[in-house]
Design a protein around this ligand. Sequence first.
Ligand code: DGL
Length: 257
Amino acid sequence: MSIGIFDSGIGGLTVFKEITKEFPDADIYYLGDTARVPYGNKSKETVIRYSVEAANYLKSFGIDALIVACNTASSYAIDRLRNALDIPVIGVVEPGVEVAIRFTKNGKVGVIGTSATIKSGSYKKLLEKNDMKVYQKPCPLFVPLVEEGIVEGQIAELVVKEYLDGLVDEGIDTLILGCTHYPLLKKTIKKLYPQLMIVDSSQAIAEFLHREKIQFNGTGIRKIYITDESESFERFKTVLIGDIPLEKIDLSKLCTL
Ligand code: DGL
């Protein structure tokens, strides 16, 4: 079984890393849409179009399942993708919510993400359906911080506090990192708020796949495609998953407009 993973850029590599660790035999095709990142400040229509284009590109490799490793795309485009594709489409929202419900003791869950993810209310709706009290906050500065590699130290801590102090004051005991870039700030978040249970999409997805008993009997193929050169992608790829080569594809191979 082969699997396609896509994200707007580097963040989904946290999912790629976890899946390769948990399912070493899986054949994995990753697409980072580095030419059009960020998705998190785009309109719903645009995010849907980009997501369908990325999914169709990955489909050309004959993938048997698609992981939408981007919270913004999962929030806005998951229904459209499930309707358009005849393979299982797994987003990050449901697995993250399941883990948060399991973690929380007081039913107060914080959700942070891009402006689009928070505006979509994707996490909030599902959590509230499960009787959780939800406190949300868009954290638009987190993505550029991560892209610049500023994930620890004074500046990272100041920005994290600016966004999270308010949520923590509301008494949340669990925090969903509703953006694939944010796990890279996990160390700093944990240092500042050691009492918080932190839900990270990449671990939530891996747990979900194990629970659903999805089998990956491939030969361990690893392919990473990007739609434009990106220094930060290159840097994070090396730090997160090592020497797998990158292949740049022309955006015109994806675009439908
Ligand atoms: N990958 C996006 C997400 O998880 C964050 C980066 C972006 O805005 O595209 O929401």
